[in-house]
Design a protein around this ligand. Structure first.
Ligand code: PLP
Length: 235
């Protein structure tokens, strides 16, 4: 048997992921056109990003600023949309907005001025998703704003020049049934849409739980390992 190239491997994985998305949409009575795919390229080289672009991927996600900045610069010719999906420090916000087209992990007002500055310096409009925490209120390491904090973050984003409020992002907490977490997310989003009807994007679902996220209304899934393979273990 001929050995598979990296491009063959990624192409085959993409077919399988797209099939999963279609099946989940069908089960949820949704159109597959309603759910977009971001391929999460963290830990994988720029060469893989090029393969993805060749295969028609338009949106890629990264969660660490230095790695993301370097890769976005190296792949600048590809015309991709870069999504920043990781924890964000306020002193890095301007630098992230210098290359990210979408910042999905905005979870506090304090990030907004830096993002605005970065977007303005670049002369670009940056899309923003507010990350909502699905962790229990007493969790000690919470990523994302508590549901009660969303409106204040959104208001700051809406008042910032160069930032466009597009919707919500969430990650299912570890060690909890993602279906239960995403059902809560659907409730949070229903309430959010009453006051922010135009910010209707919902980024939720990863390699292990994209079906549950799609059944709860996700409009974009962020898939890494199911497309690119297992990531190296972080030390
Ligand atoms: C790494 C990551 C993903 C992708 O995870 P996989 O399980 O590899 O699909 C999605 N979202 C966020 C926020 C991530 O950090």
């Amino acid at each position: 048997m001929a050995t598979m190239t990296r491009a063959d491997e990624i192409a085959a994985n993409l077919v399988a992921v797209r099939r999963r998305i279609e099946t989940a949409c069908e089960a949820a009575g949704r159109s597959p056109d309603d759910v977009s795919l971001t391929v999460v390229t963290k830990f994988f080289p720029a060469a893989d990003v090029r393969i993805l672009a060749d295969l028609g991927i338009t949106d890629v996600g990264e969660n660490r600023h230095q790695e993301a900045a370097a890769k976005a610069a190296e792949c600048d010719d590809l015309g991709l949309r870069w999504h920043f999906i990781g924890g964000l420090q306020s002193n890095k916000a301007a630098a992230v907005a210098a290359y990210a087209d979408v910042v999905e992990s905005v979870d506090r007002v304090k990030l907004v001025s830096g993002l605005q500055r970065g977007a303005q310096e670049r002369g670009a409009s940056v899309d923003v998703l507010v990350q909502v925490s699905l962790d229990p209120p007493d969790a000690d390491h919470r990523a994302g704003a508590a549901p009660g904090e969303l409106a204040a973050v959104a208001e700051a984003v809406e008042q910032a020049d160069g930032l466009q409020m597009r919707g919500l992002m969430a990650v299912a907490p570890l060690g909890q049934d993602p279906a239960v977490a995403f059902e809560r997310l659907a409730d949070i989003r229903a309430e959010w849409l009453q006051s922010h009807p135009h910010a209707s994007e919902l980024s939720a679902g990863m390699s292990g739980d994209l079906e549950a996220a799609i059944s709860c209304g996700a409009t974009r899934v962020r898939v890494g390992s199911a497309v690119l393979g297992p990531r190296p273990v972080v030390k």
